[in-house]
Design a protein around this ligand. Sequence first.
Ligand code: 5GP
Length: 209
Amino acid sequence: MSERGTLVVISGFSGAGKGTVSKALVEKYGYRLSVSATTRQPREGEEDGREYYFKSEDDFLKLIDYNGFIEYARYVDHYYGTPRKFVEDELAAGNVVILEIEVQGAMKIKEQYPDAILLFITAPSIEVLKQRLIGRGTESPDVVDKRMRRAAQEAESIDQYEFIVSNEEGKLEECMDKIHAIIESESCRITRQNAFIDSLKEGLDSYRQ
Ligand code: 5GP
């Protein structure tokens, strides 16, 4: 029933668990996850081409010049961008494509793809958020502090999103299922079903006076 695919933007404070939720959605529902390019260093366990395409700043700037990104932004001293080709190909194939990106990028996506579903994931409280960032152990106290300050800025943009979902400890399934339900119900929206509606009307042509 779906026409062109559906673009889903998932944003949220660093430490909200966006990565875990997105990966789980890919596994459970077969959604396609866009792999971004970044100039930040890989964290332990991260692989080039899996979590990110890790790029030098020079290469990243060249990709901007080649129009290789549908959006890019600077976040805590580094560039992050969404490669154009994967998203366009997957949407053309009718798939649900997830972009896990920060708020400036999300706003740029909404301008170019007005149908995109904008979703904000958060921890249940700021205290839990900070504890998660510290507990992750991959970030220095300075970076944790920068990310918390960035969260304070990002909170100002929550109103621009359409949905907010809390990712509570031990309730990953619940969070995923809520997001799936949002995507499913959005896909039934009249404005997303023009071709289907036209085909129904066409089938009724001979009954029209
Ligand atoms: P991290 O360094 O923790 O992996 O990501 C930092 C932030 O950058 C997160 O909020 C993440 O969602 C965001 N991000 C990752 N990829 C992209 C991208 O391609 N574009 C934008 N605008 N933000 C991104």
